[in-house]
Write a new protein. Structure first.
Length: 464
């Protein structure tokens, strides 16, 4: 809980217990909607619903959008469908659609049925787009002006209709068919002569999104062009909504969370961690663990193929984890860096050759350093007698085998880790699926093969 909420919570609880609802309304009026939402959550569904009943309408609508879906459902149950519908009616169209989408179907149907015809149409239109598309996060609440208007006329229009807009920092210029022809910052209009035509301020240079695009595109474009809002158009170029920075920030957080979860070898969670049920958590994590388990059986096959050699020189097993961990760690590093660069749009699958050249150069330096450390490690453990060899000179051959294997495994791990996300991206899948556990599993089998193959090559006639 934030410090602000910690200070206010006892006061709010006392106001509710004493029935001082006018004071409650006044106390919450000056609190940020995000803090109001946290207070309501701490109060519980019953007292939280009381707080919402006495909040000013605009304050209640703003705060409700910050409340987690599971708590929204409880508040709606306490308020009743009709009063809940009035609360949701005051929210912006995109927030209204998100609340309805996250409610259980029966509750959502009752709430939507209680909305005004206009609000109901807006909600249904937004929910008609694919789940993770730009259409789901856009709002139809924006200011439109015409190119033939004067600046004075445009400013008067903004004063009349801008109050209900999601933002007035940017206004959109449309033609008689509703097609977007430009967007202008409010400051351009404020500092222009009132008699100037809007079209004289236009440069017809603007960036748009399509409603059917993946919502991740909104994050990329807003970051690239440093915008607070982006227009959304249909196939004809007609303006149908806008996406604002607050919604894009939420999407960026969700997308980053999904990528982090996937890179940890977990299917993306649909709900916050603490609200995800045990069965759902099992499904999200169990599939990947089972797949990685099957992948690890390849290592058993590789070890079985070298069983005779391992019987002759059991000391090889002692340094096996050292070698394959170097490959797994270096491969995971490369996969993480390339996946993130793909996500930021810094590189693409067509850049594979440049990426490999860059990574190979880095891998050579890393591999040489780790190989030297591996050589020292073998020398140390054979010197203190922890790793037993038949003759002292055999320690040199063993050290060469371990060092050479580490260098080769690091080179291979970095190449594999850098190319795997590119390959997955080329196939149209999420490159975050090239997770660290996946790379580590692949490196266990291939690293073991490299290590034992190198040992067979160098140690034949000595330890083997």
């Amino acid at each position: 809980m934030t410090p602000t909420c910690q200070l206010l919570l006892p006061e709010i609880e006392e106001l509710i217990r004493s029935g001082a609802y006018s004071d409650l309304r006044e106390a919450l009026h000056h609190v940020h909607p995000a803090d109001v939402a946290e207070l309501v959550k701490e109060l519980g569904a019953k007292d939280g619903a009381v707080a919402f009943r006495f909040l000013q309408r605009d304050d209640a609508a703003a705060a409700f959008s910050y409340i987690p879906p599971e708590d929204q459902e409880k508040i709606i149950a306490e308020l009743g469908t009709e009063q809940s519908a009035r609360l949701i009616e005051e929210m912006s169209a995109d927030d209204r659609a998100r609340v309805v989408d996250e409610l259980p179907e029966e509750v959502a149907q009752r709430v939507v049925a209680s909305l005004s015809a206009e609000s109901r149409q807006e909600v249904q239109a937004i929910l008609g787009y694919p789940a993770k598309s730009v259409g789901r996060i856009m709002t139809p609440d924006y200011v439109r002006i015409r190119p033939e208007w004067t600046v004075g006329h445009a400013l008067e229009h903004i004063r009349r209709f801008g109050r209900d807009a999601e933002t007035v920092n940017v206004v959109y210029v449309i033609d008689e068919q509703g097609r977007l022809v430009d967007d202008l910052r409010l400051r351009q209009l404020i500092f222009a002569d009132p008699s100037t035509k809007v079209e004289d301020l236009m440069n017809r240079s603007f960036v748009t999104l399509r409603a059917d695009q993946d919502r991740g595109e909104a994050v990329t474009l807003m970051s690239r062009y440093d915008r607070t809002a982006l227009p959304v158009v249909d196939s004809r170029g007609a303006l149908i909504g806008i996406v604002t920075h607050d919604d894009v920030a939420d999407v960026a957080q969700l997308e980053a969370t999904e990528d982090i979860q996937k890179m940890g070898g977990v299917a993306a969670l649909e709900a916050p961690y603490m609200q995800t049920g045990q069965v759902e958590m099992f499904k999200k994590r169990g599939f990947w663990l089972a797949a990685l388990f099957v992948g690890q059986t390849i290592t058993i096959i590789v070890l079985g193929g070298f069983q005779d050699q391992l019987d002759k020189a059991a000391v090889l097993v002692m340094f096996l984890p050292l070698v394959i961990s170097c490959g797994g760690n270096s491969g995971s590093q490369a996969a993480t860096l390339v996946t993130r660069a793909l996500g930021l749009g810094e590189i693409g699958p067509t850049d594979w050759l440049r990426i490999v050249r860059r990574e190979v150069a880095t891998a050579a330096m890393l591999g040489a350093t780790l190989a030297f450390l591996g050589w020292l490690c073998v020398e140390f453990f054979t010197f203190i007698g922890h790793a037993k060899v038949a003759e002292p000179r055999h320690a040199q051959y063993l050290a060469a085998s371990v060092a050479g294997s580490i260098f080769a495994v690091v080179m291979w791990g970095v190449v594999l880790g850098s190319l795997l996300p590119l390959f997955i991206k080329k196939c149209g899948a999420d490159p975050a699926a090239a997770s660290s556990p996946m790379v580590a599993t692949l490196m266990d089998a291939s690293g073991t093969l490299i290590y034992l193959g190198m040992a067979l090559l160098i140690l034949s006639g000595t330890l083997l």
